[in-house]
Design a protein around this ligand. Structure first.
Ligand code: HEM
Length: 138
């Protein structure tokens, strides 16, 4: 029994340059496409740091270097600070799906799995504007 570990999604899609290009396409869309104006508005003026942060997060999440994860709070805790409505989570998930679809070279099985998992994660971050029975009535 000496099965080598299968290559990570990070390695299979082409590593850091591919992940960095994906994060940049994502934030280019947020910056340039008015459909994402709500999401743009709650980000800082300078998107440079989050372009870098998303690149490092996605690298670790895909099985590459884990420096982002070793640095501090988990992605879900970090986002509790932001008012994430269902509409903003949808904007995030849609922009990410478009950024993924923008890479013609990406294996569609990996791209689809990424878009689905990240979409679920974004919707799991909703912490604002969801009215549930009792609290809505209160
Ligand atoms: C799977 C879903 C998401 C992932 C993986 C993700 C990832 C990230 C990362 C890596 C950062 C940079 C943090 C750092 O490195 O310190 C960040 C920042 C941020 N994210 Fe997300 N995010 C997600 C969903 C969302 C959603 C749904 C919103 C909607 C409101 C959002 C709003 C923000 C904001 C406002 C910042 C801080 C930006 C700034 O200071 O300019 N994120 N996110």
């Amino acid at each position: 029994m000496n099965a080598a570990a299968p290559p990570s999604p990070y390695a299979r899609i082409g590593g850091e340059p591919v992940v960095r290009a994906l994060a940049n396409r994502f934030y280019d869309l947020i910056e340039q496409d008015p459909s994402y104006a709500g999401l743009r508005a709650i980000h800082a003026a300078d998107l440079g740091p989050v372009r870098h942060g998303l690149t490092r997060f996605l690298s670790g999440w895909l099985g590459g270097p884990r420096d982002w994860f070793e640095r501090g709070p988990c992605i879900m805790s970090l986002h509790r600070a932001f008012p994430i409505t269902p509409a903003l989570a949808d904007q995030w998930a849609t922009a990410m799906a478009c950024a993924i679809a923008g890479d013609d070279m990406l294996d569609p099985r990996i791209g689809d799995a990424m878009a689905e998992a990240l979409g679920h994660m974004a919707r799991g971050m909703i912490n604002f504007g969801l009215q549930t029975g009792d609290s809505a009535a209160a």
